[in-house]
Design a protein around this ligand. Structure first.
Ligand SMILES: Cc1ncc(COP(=O)(O)O)c(C=O)c1O
Length: 346
């Protein structure tokens, strides 16, 4: 990577709040897979790595990643939220792309080791340290179109982050895409790098045409998810979201919200539902996106093909969305108890 285009490193300015992911922490962890085993991992200063231009990931897309956060608690400790589930999801992505599975214990040690080395760079809440394990096929051969990568690399990057959606808790404007899919049916449930490139065309087109923040993919009229977050319908005493299948990413924020919802008085319904049902719901109900980066962000407006803009409830972030978001953030910050195994102290 050219030094001029490298993201800035090691400069978490607490006041300027740089765009999500543009500041990289000063340390990373690296391991390589060769001859059927992972090498002992090493910690290095964040910076360029040397790779053959013939690696499998560049030519055939064998790349996947994870994204999760470590939070600085008021007692000064730094704690990772649901690390086990994120490691398991990366292993699932690796299986799908026929990449070697990261070892659970080694990857956990890489993550906590990086956090330990960049402890001073972890922002106070509402900032966090975003963790990005990245797995990709190496092996220098451009003849592998129908073969798995012969070698691989796993790198853990970290990034001090603040708001993902510029504007923070501002209600989002979402374009409802009723024909196109975000990615292929099989790949929806894995965090393959190519899924994000696949969604760019419709996302940028909708941004240009309808000034939308994100696209809600609803192929064949069935509501799925957005380009980087799951989608929930919320109202007094009830949450409705799509049931798990291979077509969309099984978000760990979604799972966390659904797990705590009953204690907060929300019954959870997981099933497929159509755009028409969503439009009826938002007449007096709420809608929100959830994800590690998005947290729980309220939708203010749905825009349909042709430009019809439909307000969600009163057009603001609704009270139930705010309440659920507060409960989620309180768990992430250790202010209220969490189910066993959700927090790993680094
Ligand atoms: C396509 C997609 N859906 C959903 C999510 C939410 O997943 P999680 O809550 O595990 O961050 C993400 C974020 O990573 C995503 O990229």
């Amino acid at each position: 990577m050219n030094a001029q285009v490298m993201p800035q490193t090691n400069a978490p300015d607490m006041t300027a709040r740089p765009a999500f992911g543009t500041v990289l922490a000063s340390q990373m962890a690296v391991t390589s897979w060769k001859d059927g085993r992972w090498s002992p991992h090493e910690f290095r200063r964040y910076g360029p790595i040397e790779l053959s231009p013939a690696i499998h990931a560049i030519h055939y897309g064998s790349a996947c990643f994870e994204g999760f956060k470590a939070y600085r608690w008021v007692d000064g400790s730094v704690n990772v939220f649901r690390m086990d589930r994120h490691i398991a999801r990366l292993q699932n992505s690796a299986d799908c792309l026929r990449l070697p599975r990261p070892d659970t214990t080694q990857l956990a040690a890489m993550v906590t080791g990086v956090i330990d080395r960049v402890r001073g760079e972890v922002p106070e809440s509402p900032g966090a340290l975003y963790l990005r394990p990245t797995l990709f096929g190496t092996g220098a051969s451009i003849g592998g179109a129908t073969l798995p990568a012969t070698e691989a690399m796993l790198i853990v990057l970290a990034s001090p982050v603040w708001d993902y959606f510029a504007g923070g808790e501002k209600p989002l404007r979402i374009f409802v895409e009723e024909k196109l899919t975000r990615t292929s049916t099989l790949m929806g449930q894995v965090k393959a790098a190519g899924n994000y490139a696949a969604a760019l065309g419709p996302t940028l087109a909708a941004r240009d045409q309808y000034q939308s923040d994100q696209v809600l993919f609803c192929p064949g009229g069935s509501v799925q998810e957005t380009g980087a977050a799951n989608f929930l319908l919320i109202r007094e005493g009830k949450i409705l979201t799509r049931s798990l299948d291979t077509t969309f990413l099984h978000g760990i924020t979604r799972d966390s919200l659904l797990a705590i919802a009953p204690q907060l008085g929300f019954a959870v319904e997981e099933r497929q539902f159509a755009v028409d049902e969503m439009l009826a719901w938002v007449k007096d109900g709420e809608a929100a996106l959830c994800g590690t980066a998005a947290v729980l962000s309220g939708v203010g407006t749905l825009v349909r093909e042709g430009g019809q803009a439909i307000p969600v409830g009163g057009g603001d972030v609704g009270p139930h969305t705010r309440r659920l978001r507060k409960a989620l953030v309180s768990m992430q910050l250790g202010e209220i108890p969490t189910p066993a195994g959700w927090i790993t102290q680094a």
